[in-house]
Ligand binder design. Sequence first.
Ligand code: GAL
Length: 888
Amino acid sequence: MTYNSAKAGKSWGAASPEYDDTKWRLLNLPHDWSVESAYDSTENVAQGYRKRGFGWYRRNFKLNSSDKGKHIELQFDGVATNCTVWVNGTIMHRNFCGYTSFYIDITAMAKYGEDINNIAVRVDANQQEGWWYEGAGIYRHTWLVKQSPVHFITDGVFAHPVKSNNNWVIPVEATVENSSKVKAHFAIESALLDESGGVIVSGKSKGSIKPLVQRARKINLSVTNPQLWTLENPTLYKVRTILFQDGKATDTLLTSCGFRTIHFRADSGFFLNDKWVKIKGTCNHQDHAGVGNAVPDALWDFRLKKLKEMGVNANRCSHNPPSNEFLDACDRNGILVMDENRNFNISPEYQRQLEWMLRRDRNHPSIILWSVFNEEPMQGTENGYEMVRRMSEIVKTFDTSRPVTAAQSGGLFTPINVSQAVDVVGFNYQQGGYEEYHKQFPNKPMTSSEDVSGLMTRGEYKDDITHKQVLAAYDENKPRWGNTHRAAWKAIADKPYVAGCFIWTGFDYRGEPQPFEWPSASSSFGCMDVCGFPKTAFYIHQAQWLPITKPVLQLVPHWNWPKDSIGKNIRVMAMSNAETIKLKLNGKWIGEQKVDYYEMNTFQVPYQPGKLEAFGYKGGKEVSHFVVETTGEPVSLELIPDRTSLAGDGLDAIPVTVRALDAKGRSVETANLPIEFDITGLGNIIGMGNGNHNNHDPEKGNKYSLYNGLAQVIIQSKAASSGQIVLTAKSGNLKIATIALTVKESTQIPSVGIVSPSLVLDKWKISPFYATKPDPNMEVASYDMNTWAATKPGSLQQFAGGSFALYRTSFKPFAEQCEKGGVILFKEITGKVEVWLDKQLIGTKENKENGDIIIKFPAGQNTRNLTLLIEAENNRGGIAGVVKVNAL
Ligand code: GAL
């Protein structure tokens, strides 16, 4: 067993194709098992008190016989955290980062036709790379790619437009690989396409390539007057690159790109297309309510839409490369991106991780900065400097068009430090150092790479540190290293040489529930909670960041205070971009203030139930109006879908907001009610949340509760044609809410059919050939690897030196066959045959012609030893077809 287990194709246990997984759960990817587990106070607080552990995934599939000769590749976009992948019983890859994709060329291992291919993935999610929730499992997409033998490598086309001397050029670089057995001649044609697919400009290159090597070719496409990629109008173009062999297209890649220039200036910050843009960014991790890290693609658009509503124009992918789909969404939505490498290490494996990020991401127009690390203890040392110098050099070999940065939380003023090895200096906090650094190094561009870390709980307006573990949402709570939203922005807004900010964070995330621990399981840093429901910080930034043409006026808190608050002062905070605001309570004017753009406005209002109104004025004219009212008790529920239709592709997903309304239809912001959902039709509930970091309700299922008036339920379409999803929500005696969503027929993403596992016996040993009938039950010493040879059914043998041979294998039947017995099917067996199982004769084939036989075997829990005695005619015999163990 040990000898065999060290051989290609011979892995055992769950890595073996023969392993019985018939009782395993069937699930769809992407998948995060951590979010399915219960909160557990003994688990790591940083990982949100969720279990991680080990897990296995297995998948069987067939490849058409016509695929033989193609290049076959498996692609995993993200697996948390370390994993090992076996294909057909052979280890094909080990991955050491939960944020980098990996592509596995399985061409040499693949089987075709009736043969079944098996993928087994062992995930070790006990490994940690972060101090935040990292999820567990195959949480991004996986792909099976079939290409012609002469093909483009994955991420193999670099087509990022550059501008020099007023001319645009796309220096297309395409890398070709040849997996065929012969030298190939090829041509490449690259073309820039307009929106309707018409060719704007094209170019060609030719070459030849030896088997099993890669070659890159360059084609310059000159472009005049393209539509620019801007924040307001992020125009994207497609570069179509076609590979030809003998005049026939063998591979085509469409690469999305955008025309824009970027510059960081030491005196005046960031310029997009030569236009000054103050970076108004947020940092974000990648988990969302209900789904953990297995975030459906459509939710990226939802999250970016919420950030844009807040006035955000940039995202820092903290502290790791995001999914492909996230970057596509940033390209589409006009969001600037700081893309960040996960591991600060320059050893070969980690260098590979950095190179992968650059190669995959360098076509995205949204990306403006490559960040090589976040807050590394070596940042102020010569070692740190030397490492970043090397990493920076690696970046430049892949892309010279974007600057390198590192998010430094210190060490900026030491004699040798990392800031000397980057193009743009990144400041994490240390806001007191902006001025001094700029004074000492006036030629070094700089940006905040992280700031704020303000703490607030959505809908809470009184700190309760010891019992409820909540923090008032008045933008006053912050950790020692952080700042309030208002002060942090002020420190950046008035310094032209600081390119902008990246607030910690846009959304709350699991883990880091500072300053609390259990039962608090997720953070309170977000401008929005984990669902994307706004907190006070969201409105502060709206007031500061939205264009003045979009009036902002918002009051906190709610106006549902208990009776004993009557007459007592309630602190009212107004967020507005008007010039002055006035407040009215129950029809009476109670205050007026000039708007403070940075600090916002605070009023002390003696509480009276009723209607509190705010009016915003500019140049004496009313420009905005906001009302908050004391509501009655909840009497009904309301469901507000983010969209009313979904694509019927089994992937599209939307969040639905759940609220409670009073008799007058007003949202009750203080409602905390249990809700039960029911879904019928072409959809499933894939997760629920409410932003309460102390709530431990399961995020899967159909029961959740409102927290301070809100909950979110995430619906995903089933892969089906067109139809409807009906979602209802009920709570006690409240009026039930029902919505119907349309599921529209849509193109199904092609997927490889699932093959139900069948025990295929394809690993045999064959004895020497004998002239006389041998004893079928003869013993062969366990250490004898050489007298008998390894063989595989599928072709007949030349019986040289005798007409008798023994074939032997062993197998453990699947659970059901152990219980009930089963049958062994031998396809296309030639020769007279005796079938011996555990030294008992269980069947025979009397004639010598080619034919199939099916033989029953009895129940039993043990591993079975199977021997075939074959007597060949004319020296040709054996098993030309497959051998399978099936149910009775
Ligand atoms: C920063 C760190 C973040 C997060 C934050 C919390 O120092 O970069 O990942 O931990 O602190 O305030």
